[in-house]
Write a protein that binds this ligand. Sequence first.
Ligand code: KIV
Ligand code: ZN
Length: 516
Amino acid sequence: MSNQDKLIIFDTTLRDGEQSPGASMTRDEKVRIARALERMRVDVIEAGFPIASPGDFEAVQAVARAVQDSTVCGLARALDKDIDQAGEALKPAASARIHTFIATSPIHMQMKLRMQPEQVIEQAVHAVKRARGFTDNVEFSPEDAGRSETDFLCRVIEAVIDAGASTINIPDTVGYNLPHQFGELVRTLIERVPNSDKAVFSVHCHNDLGLAVGNSLSAVLNGARQVECTINGLGERAGNASLEEVVMAVRTRQDLFPCDTRLDTTQIMTCSRLVSGITGFSVQPNKAIVGANAFAHESGIHQDGVLKSRETYEIMRAQDVGWAANRIVLGKHSGRNAFRTRLQELGIEFAAEEELNNAFSRFKDLADKKHEIFDEDLQALVTESGLESANDWLKLVALKVCSETGETPHAHLTLWEDGEEKLVDSVGSGPVDAAFRAIEALINSGTELQLYSVNNITSGTDSQGEVTVRLQKGGRIVNGQGADTDIVIASAKAYVNAINKIIQRDERAHPQLGDV
Ligand code: KIV
Ligand code: ZN
């Protein structure tokens, strides 16, 4: 593929995606997602914002160590301390990129930065030069480009390319642009910036008006050769352009696009499930490509058409994005080798034998309750193994719930709290409420429940329920997850997981707000 034919996919699930309230990920979770992205052949993985906190620094460093075949990128404001932290965190990477940015729109320069345009250019140039001290692969973003003046953007871009930036990313930070307008902006910049041929033009679109994918595709038709996107469209506010939609639009409409990605699209569903499992952000059923209904045909007319000829109503093949009909992959009698092999086929590998043993013993427990184990069950099970850590302050030991017509539901709970086993009883308006009240009776966390949701992992009443609990305390928001064939137990696991996260989470800074 020549540079012009190649569309670079820059995934920012681990950075912008993580900026969604409650979507924060641990270092190990980031490494698991990064490995799945690498397997899908994503070109660049933005692993985080290293200056934000020691935890973020370590996560970027761990991803840099784990990934070999994708470039690993770290975000840095146009500040020396940010760039140095990013450079340091990326040292172990086989291929590293520093992504530095500063705002260029009048409103951001005046209200947020309180800087004159000339100072912004100077700082941008300085930042790119400093980043070049760590790597040749430097990306620059004029933040809020979608609301910046075109003449000023041209000046900034020319200066940072001269300073050594090899990727120029045009963000529609607030999701304000319309597709024809955004495409036009990208075309104008490429035409008017005299040294534009020395850089790849990229776009980063937010979805506030539901146009992130449309804007990204319009930019590609107008010369952009990198798209920044996230799995399931996760991201700040309404999210970023969804990777799976961008990639499949370009692949499906090769009659219109002069370029294509190198992605192995059959990995899309694995990545989608992994990200929703880890973050607790479930995918709506009618979401394009990865929603449960994306390839389902409800109406009789459609079904008849599809049975006669798939192309009547389907423009893509479900298996090309990794949808396999619910396959029974393993059962009660499957051994460790079969378990390990199927997980490897799903792109899941364990760093330590102990983790495999732990997951295998959970698998055996599950197989006792549920005879048919599907790929989705395995993914949930592994996500759950990853959710528990040796440092957890709270562990669910046992839960008994009595629920009967006409009687008040009652929970009897055993929790392990900081090394001590404790028992408590509670009542509630329903069995889940009773279980949550029992946990709170013991720990009195002072958190506020913001969201409670249950999804079935596979079809059938014997399916595991996957529960997400979102808790808020002092402005911090976390999502906890739990899965079990018993949804009350899944709920208690999710609540305990959220409590552990809210306790462990260190303070971190947001790249686009405030100082560090
Ligand atoms: O939306 C945005 O402008 C960003 C930048 C940091 C690229 O996320
Ligand atoms: Zn963004």
